[in-house]
Design a protein around this ligand. Structure first.
Ligand code: NAG
Ligand code: NAG
Length: 274
């Protein structure tokens, strides 16, 4: 780097400019999500995310999370203060289950270990649905779980990439390499309705109206329906399930740290999947 001699006043100006820029660029901005969850609370929820034992250490930064929320103005900003806090707590609980490093007797309890993994370690397959012609798999690429929501399957990578401006089919790895893109894929999934499922967002903010099909399937609005949207085919309608209970455990801990009620219908034990 070239050495530059600065006069002391120029140097002072230089420092001041950096200081002002680093504050005004994002931290002080009165954005709805950062006003409800500050860095301290974030680090309190994810007590172990930066442990060396966690493969995702230093990846899921507070800044990336907050920056990602700015692309989705309705996330965490819809409804009453309690509704907004509950939605954020529910989102963070679901991504925590998807990336958990916790176990029953883990330090600080099993629900302090969210955001420990950034990609699936032993994927059972490449998650390529070759019958899907709209989002064709690129040779040799794996569409295994990556990022906070563990985005999986070619059709999800393709759609997320199109919506967010990256090539999800040719470059799925970026979801585990770029933490801003990683968080954006998770919030994209949360906000986006994929018929016949509603969006997780609409369910958590109380905007979703049950259909005839929902009633026939005994589906009710609440955190359990969000679990149904995310992985109902494997976890819902089969009685008590450890994965569902892990999601609920995270949600209860986070709701309590946010100082908000969880609301009813936490599980999806008696719901058919979509
Ligand atoms: C992403 O990271 C993987 C290893 O984790 C690496 O092989 C790959 O080249 C990286 N890709 C990009 C686009 O940075
Ligand atoms: C529907 O779900 C409720 C709990 O939400 C349960 O008590 C009831 O037995 C379920 N009914 C059927 C037909 O599965």
């Amino acid at each position: 780097m070239a050495a530059v001699l600065l006069s002391s006043s120029a140097f002072f100006f230089f420092l001041t400019t950096i200081f002002l820029f680093s504050i005004s660029s994002w931290e002080v901005e009165a954005h709805p999500v950062s006003t409800l969850i500050n860095k301290k609370l974030y680090n309190n929820l994810f007590l172990h995310k930066d442990d060396t034992a966690c493969p995702a250490n230093d990846f899921y930064t507070y800044r990336s999370f907050i920056e990602a929320t700015k692309y989705f103005p309705r996330f965490g900003s819809t409804g009453s203060l309690a509704t907004r806090k509950r939605e954020i707590a529910a989102f963070l609980a679901q991504i925590s289950h998807e990336t958990t490093g916790g176990w029953a007797t883990a330090p600080d309890g099993p629900y302090s270990w969210g955001l420990c993994f950034k990609e699936e370690v032993n994927p059972g397959s490449n998650y390529c649905d070759s019958t899907n012609k709209e989002w064709p798999c690129y040779p040799g690429k794996s569409y295994k779980g990556r990022g906070p929501i563990q985005l999986s399957w070619n059709y999800n990578y393709g759609q997320a990439g199109k919506a967010l401006g990256f090539d999800g089919l040719k470059n799925p790895e970026v979801v585990a390499n770029n933490s801003l893109i990683a968080f954006k894929t998770a919030i994209w999934f949360w906000m986006t309705e994929q018929k016949p499922k509603p969006s997780c967002h609409n369910v958590m903010v109380g905007r979703y109206v049950l259909t005839q099909a929902d009633m026939a399937a005994n589906r009710t609005v609440g955190f359990g329906m969000v679990t149904n949207i995310i992985n109902g085919g494997l976890e819902c309608g089969i009685g008590s399930d450890a994965r569902v209970n892990d999601r609920i455990g995270y949600f209860k801990r986070y709701a309590s740290l946010f100082g908000v009620q969880t609301g009813p219908n936490l599980d999806c034990e008696n719901q058919k999947s979509f």
